[in-house]
Design a protein around this ligand. Structure first.
Ligand code: F58
Length: 831
């Protein structure tokens, strides 16, 4: 099956797409009906909504496929160094609109469907989004591959085709209940499976030494069990440039040998059942947001997709006469966090055991083929795998890691003679609490470059998390500030704003976001400001309709729309936002504040909690409890409202962010590596209330202090307070409003008198408060008062909002990709 036809095809059309389907309404109608009739096997008159959606998706895919084949053919003719983006997650979001926009088919499809009596919007809503990621890290990968296609950069995204993506969140009595996300249940029209292209992946067993014909000792890995990797291709279209790149996701399948072995044992039913053992590997995405659980299946997933990807690159993507010594001129594997780091010993294994290179030579090559991006600062989020598990699952890799560590520690001893403490700190193998492999160390040692994802984050990586390494290799460390794709997060998600921008400065901004600068002068233009406000109002109408339909939520109108959407995590401090709302509410019901004077405000929360994360789940329950009471208390006179739609996902983000007035980015300084939601809000004309954390720092620098609500301690202040011993109760005791807000929650006011139900969150705030919520409380309340004052002057607010849009073009993922290309990957684009 290796490389398609072994005959030399004679037909002149053999090497390319037969023809590109015509870009006309008539042409589109024909393609669509063909898909409906021959793909779905139904006439239009008898087709279901899903039939129509699948046929439409297939039709659009056809237009993409033509470009995809052309792109591949062109790249094969002149092979250049490429990027293998290795990521365990791709949080893609819906595909249909993106594909229509990329191919400039939206208007044509709309008209074509109309002629068939079908509403395009209804079909849009039929798509289940592929949620193959947890949050920022997975969404970043999706933005990056979009940008690389738009820049015509040779890249293959490699990852896992999870059968179940991130769970669907529901609320039962205010508590999160997870439901499996069977995203493929209605068909997978965007993927092209290749069940005939099997990649063997080995696990377990043992290693043996043997002496080769040349007398040199070699190692063989005799595996214990194997699985097959099945290739699924997805198309990644560039924005209206005719380029379509590949996202290649792997699915696990049982081997035939595996089957036979068990079948021969005689129990047919048991044998069929045990096939699922192998196939479990790609069954489900682990719903963790920061703390890795160290589960064996997760390590299996990681090794599985990385082994498939490297094999695929060496055996299929490269010319057959590849000399592995040239590998660094052909490929750079970008490691999206530590999840694919097992690829390092895997490439070593292939070079040594299959390509017969000695260790030193293999190591010299491998060290040029990887670069590593770190996405965290939380110590508990740094992945480690126990040596015992590694030895059992990947014995050969464990041996290789030991060899790497040995030569690495020699280097350390040479650079820092006599410093054995440092040697221990830097070792790839850690001793506590058990012997384990520190994946971030392995990644750092083997990579050409190590980058953080925002200036502050990269600096803290250098100075704190990986300081020993940056001392040894200062030039290895660099920053690439994250970005988001303006196609999905402005052009598609905010058509009203997009039209206003295009009418004002032309269309060029979609692929060159720096051009948003040209809007700056319009901040002073009264007419433009009025139009800008009109856009916001329309977007608020849209989200109102969406929340009504989707969640049965009735958003009040005319409110300041204050949005906090991100994973639920203590360091992100959803509780701080909640304390603010409780404070406003308590002011009203205590009679201290006249409801008539309160700025009408709706807070929208969106957040999934990791299923095993107790505090996060209790916080969700508390938010829902507070919402229920505040939303229904007549004393509030409808001035305050909390909406918490369940199952926040990319699709909801696309509707919500364009409508927001205020963006909540309130993590404890020094904890949020970058944030990318913060960028999406600013680009859509929301003002940020935020700490000096992650990319907030750069957003504030760009938009200016006057157009950003800064509050809270900065990172050095946090470090200082923690060093001298933080006492949350001191803040509780000395701050009356804080005390009253906490007491109100603690009294059971929001939980039908049940104090037990809030004790986990309240107890933690008062006696632990690891992320200094109480310490930043007053500063946050004060900043929110400034927000209200600013919002009262709508002209000034609009001016600031427009400047946010005009000055944040820097946060395009196109710019991030330029940075990676120029400073890390050194690949060519557009050839
Ligand atoms: C996020 N990390 C960072 N991890 O928290 C955020 O600041 C940053 O903007 C973003 O990466 C992109 O750089 C993140 O999303 C995960 O979701 C992992 C999933 C797998 C388990 C460990 C956490």
């Amino acid at each position: 099956h290796e490389r398609g036809p072994s005959f030399a095809p004679k037909h002149p059309l053999a090497s390319g797409p037969v023809s590109t389907p015509p870009h006309t309404v008539d042409g589109f109608v024909k393609e669509f009906l063909r898909e409906l009739n021959y793909g779905q096997g139904v006439p239009l008159s008898r087709s279901s909504l899903n039939d129509q959606y699948l046929a439409l998706a297939r039709t659009v895919r056809g237009y993409l496929t033509a470009r995809w084949l052309q792109t591949a053919t062109r790249r094969r003719q002149k092979p250049h160094k490429m990027v293998g983006y290795l990521s365990a997650e791709y949080l893609l979001g819906r595909q249909l609109d993106n594909a229509l926009l990329a191919t400039d088919l939206t208007a044509i499809a709309d008209e074509a469907l109309k002629q068939c009596g079908i509403d395009l919007d209804a079909l849009r809503q039929a798509e289940i989004e592929p949620g193959l990621g947890n949050g920022g890290l997975g969404r970043l990968a999706a933005c990056f591959i979009d940008s690389l296609a738009t820049m015509d950069a040779p890249c293959v995204g490699y990852g896992l085709r999870y059968e179940y993506g991130i769970f669907k969140q529901t609320f039962v009595d205010g508590r999160q209940v997870e439901v499996p996300d069977n995203w493929l249940s209605m068909g997978g029209p965007w993927e092209i499976p290749h069940p005939e292209m099997e990649v063997p992946v080995h696990f377990g067993g043992h290693t043996e030494r043997y002496v080769g014909e040349d007398g040199r000792e070699r190692t063989r890995w005799i595996s214990g069990w194997d699985v097959l990797g099945i290739r699924y291709n997805y198309m990644v279209p560039g924005y209206q440039n005719g380029v379509v790149n590949t996202l290649r996701l792997w699915r696990a399948r049982a081997t035939r040998a595996f089957d036979l072995h068990i079948f021969n044992a005689g129990d047919y039913a048991e044998a069929v059942r045990s096939q699922t053992f192998a196939e479990n590997i790609s069954k489900v995405l682990y719903p963790e947001d920061s703390t890795p659980q160290g589960k064996e299946l997760r390590l299996q997933q990681q090794y599985f997709f990385v082994a498939c990807s490297i094999y695929d690159f060496l055996k299929h993507t490269q010319p057959t006469d590849l000399d592995v010594r040239d590998l660094p001129e052909r490929i750079i594997f970008q490691l999206n966090d530590t999840h694919p780091v097992i690829g390092i010993p895997e490439l070593m294994r292939l070079l040594m055991d299959d390509y017969d290179l000695p260790f030193d030579e293999a190591w010299a090559i491998t060290r040029q083929c990887f670069a590593y991006t770190c996405h965290t600062l939380l110590p508990e989020a740094l992945e480690v795998w126990s040596v015992s598990l590694m030895e059992r699952l990947l014995p050969r890799h464990m041996e290789i890691i030991y060899m790497i560590n040995e030569v690495f520690l020699e280097e350390v001893r040479e650079a820092f003679p006599g410093d054995e403490l440092r040697v221990r700190r830097m070792s790839i193998i850690g001793d506590h609490p058990e012997r384990s492999v520190r994946m971030a160390h392995l990644a750092t040692v083997a990579s050409v470059k190590v980058n953080g994802v925002a200036e502050l984050h990269s600096q803290l990586l250098r100075d704190k998390v990986l300081s020993d390494f940056s001392e040894m290799w200062p030039e290895k460390f660099t920053n690439v500030t994250n970005g988001v794709t303006p196609r999905r997060f402005v052009r598609q998600s905010n058509p009203n704003l997009s039209k206003l921008i295009t009418d004002t400065i032309g269309v060029g901004w979609v692929a060159n976001l720096d051009r948003l600068r040209e809007l700056e002068v319009y901040a002073e233009d009264e007419e433009f400001r009025a139009k800008f406000r009109e856009v916001k109002a329309l977007n608020k109408e849209r989200i109102t309709a969406v929340l009504k339909r989707r969640d049965g939520i009735e958003l009040p109108q005319g409110h300041l729309l204050d949005v906090m959407v991100k994973r639920l995590h203590e360091y992100k401090r959803q509780t701080l936002k909640l304390l603010h709302m409780v404070t406003l509410y308590e002011g009203i019901i205590s009679g201290e504040v006249d409801a008539a004077t309160v700025t009408p405000r709706t807070v929208v929360f969106g957040a999934k909690a990791a299923p095993g994360y107790r505090m996060a789940k209790e916080t969700i329950f508390l938010i829902n409890s507070v919402a229920k009471v505040i939303n229904n208390d007549p004393r509030v006179e409808g001035k305050l409202f909390i909406a918490f739609p369940a199952n926040y996902n990319v699709t909801l983000a696309e509707r919500l962010i364009p409508a927001a007035d205020l963006s909540e980015q309130i993590s404890l300084a020094g904890k949020e590596a970058s944030g990318t939601g913060n960028m999406k809000f600013a680009l859509n004309g929301a003002l940020t209330i935020g700490t000096d954390d992650g990319a907030n720092v750069e957003i504030r620098q760009l938009v200016g202090d006057d157009n950003f609500f800064l509050f809270g301690m900065d990172e050095p202040a946090v470090a200082e307070l923690q060093a001298k011993g933080y006492q949350p109760t001191a803040y509780y005791e000395s701050n009356e409003r804080l005390r009253r807000a906490i007491n109100l929650i603690d009294s059971g006011h929001f939980t039908d008198g049940n104090r037990e139900a809030v004790s986990t969150v309240i107890g933690d705030l008062l006696y632990n408060d690891r992320f200094l919520v109480l310490a930043d409380y007053q500063s946050y309340i004060d900043a929110q008062a400034k927000v209200e004052a600013a919002y009262a002057d709508q002209e000034a607010w609009s001016r600031s909002a427009i400047l946010n849009v005009a000055r944040t073009g820097f946060f395009s993922s196109d710019r991030s990709m330029r940075d990676y290309i120029d400073r890390i990957w050194h690949i060519k684009t557009g050839s």
